[in-house]
Structure formats: structure tokens, C-alpha cells
Design a protein around this ligand. Sequence first.
Ligand SMILES: Nc1nc2c(ncn2[C@@H]2O[C@H](COP(=O)(O)OP(=O)(O)OP(=O)(O)O)[C@@H](O)[C@H]2O)c(=O)[nH]1
Ligand SMILES: [Mg+2]
Length: 327
Amino acid sequence: MEEKLALMIEAARKSNERALAKLISHVEDRKPGWKDIMKAIYAETGRTCVIGVTGSPGAGKSSLVGEFAKQLGDMGYTIGIIAVDPSSPFSGGAVLGDRIRMRDISTYKNIFIRSMATRGMLGGLCQAARDVVRIMDFAGRDIVIIETVGVGQDEIEVVSASDYVVLVTYPGGGDSVQAIKAGVMEIADIFVVNKCDRGGADVIVSEISAMLDLSTETTEEIPPVIKVSAFTKEGIDKLMEILSEFIQKKNEGSHYQKEHIRQEVMSILETEMVTLIKEKISSNGNMEKELKLILSGKSDPYSVADELIKRFAVIKNPKQKRKGDFQ
Ligand SMILES: Nc1nc2c(ncn2[C@@H]2O[C@H](COP(=O)(O)OP(=O)(O)OP(=O)(O)O)[C@@H](O)[C@H]2O)c(=O)[nH]1
Ligand SMILES: [Mg+2]
């Protein structure tokens, strides 16, 4: 490994925030040596408790994350926050709002904040988030909180890779309970109804509880549903109590671990395979020959895809490599 990278790792190990930020950028941008960094730090990770916070836009996720990050910081934990920005042009205002709210807490010495775009993440958003979590973990963050708007499949995947998932909703958010995306409901470990200072929260709490009663198997534990207000701080104590239990449980060993690792290896494989095949294709005439065959009616996209997979991704006998096979 390059000496510069080794030095960066060494400084991040000692919790140097500049080195931590640089290391994250290096890996996020997939600069040369990124994988060596991840390999080098892996053995020293796995300690951090990862809390995913998701929910409808404007539910108060950032306000709540700010609140419990401060409290956890005061309890002596070091915190990393990953704010996954909705990079859609429609939510430009929300991103700015996030930054302002996040700025309030970024002056806390125990809190390190990192924003992440949802688009254009090399290697996929979920893997990028996992990598950032892991680097923060290596740099000694006890707790990493990931905030995402629970709208896209990618984002659901991001939170599902967390140890615990907090789902935030609020009264007045339209058809709030119906708005909870299928797929998020199942992965939530706690349901938080925010903005209870406004009224109407009890109705949402009962609706969610009724829904959980119906959908949860009798052998499963029903996740808690609590109402809070990031403004008046009502219910925040209860929320902190539950989060502390999560953190405690994580320290005793997470049952998700094996499944998470399986998913991670699959996701790394998927992106690496696609990258490799793309490279092979572009250095082998960029499919010009095959495209001509399709255009002239002599082949079709399905057969070409099959043929390219055979040619570039399947090594039948590694000793007899053909030209164009993976090296
Ligand atoms: N009345 C009331 N308003 C709140 C509460 N918490 C947050 N808000 C307001 O709700 C709006 C959205 O809050 P955010 O914390 O940015 O919500 P978010 O879920 O992070 O929003 P996005 O990241 O844009 O999806 C802001 O105007 C907050 O001031 C609360 O407990 N009560
Ligand atoms: Mg937010």
C-alpha cells in the first residue's frame, strides 16, 4: 500500500477527523487503493452500533437525529452521522434544511457528520454507506446513525443494513400510515410518531399498533410505537431508553450479522462483476459486431447477452483461458 494511504489509516485509527474525512472520500470516489484500505481496516471493525433512521420527507428525522446524537454524545459515546441527501431537484430545500439543522450539532466534539448523495455513488449507495460506516467504526465511532428518506429502494436497502431501524412518521403527513412504504414496515425495530405537540399523534399510534398486531407473528416481539416531539422533547426520554437498550443488545452480539455479511459480499460481487464485464466489452470492440447482428435481424439482445456472459464471465477450465476471459 502507498505510504500516504498507510499514514491516513494510522491517523484515522487515532480518531483524527481530517484523516477520517479523507479516507472516506478516497473510498467513496473509488480512488486507486480503496479496496486495500477496506481490507486493511476490516479486522478492526464490527464494534459500532448502526442505527438507521428513515421515514417520510419532513417527518422530523434530522431534528430527532440531532437530538439523540447530542444526548448519546453527552452519555460519552462518540457518534458518526451519515445524512443521505435526497439529491432529487424537488427536495433541494430539504437538503438545505438538513444542513442547517445538522450544523447546530456539528460543533459538538463527539459528533462527526458526513453527507452522501443518493445518486452516482460508485459501487451503489448501499455499499458506499456500508464502507463509510466501516471507516467510522475503524476510527472509533461507537454509534453511527444513518438518516435516509424512506422513498427509494436503494434507501430502504441502506437502512436494512443497519443493526436497528427507527421509522419516523407524523400526524398530518397526509395518509401517514398508508404512506409507510411496504418493506420499511417489516424492518422497523421502533416506530416513532413525531410532532406530537401538534395533536393527532395518538390516532397514528393506534393505527400503527393495530397494523402491527395484525402483521406480526405471535412468536415475534411487537416493536414499540412511541409518540415524541423533537420540539417540546416529550417522549424523548423513552426513545433514548429504547435506543440505549439497542446499543446494549448490539454489544452482546447481533443476530443479523451473518445475513448482513452475506448481503454485503453479494453486493460487492454484483458491482465488481458488472464493472469487469463493462471493461471487457469496451476493450473488445464495444459490442459493435453484436449490435450489427441484432440490427440486421440475425440475432437478438437476449442471445447477445447470453453470449457475452459466456465469453466474459464464465471460465470453464481456468487452465485454458481464452482471449477475453477474466484474468
Ligand atoms: N411541530 C413540530 N415540528 C417539527 C418537529 N420536529 C421537526 N419539526 C419540523 O418539521 C420540519 C421537518 O423537520 P426535519 O427534521 O428536517 O425533517 P426530516 O424528516 O429530516 O426532513 P427531510 O430530511 O427533508 O425528509 C421542520 O420544519 C421542523 O422544524 C416536532 O416535533 N414538532
Ligand atoms: Mg432530514
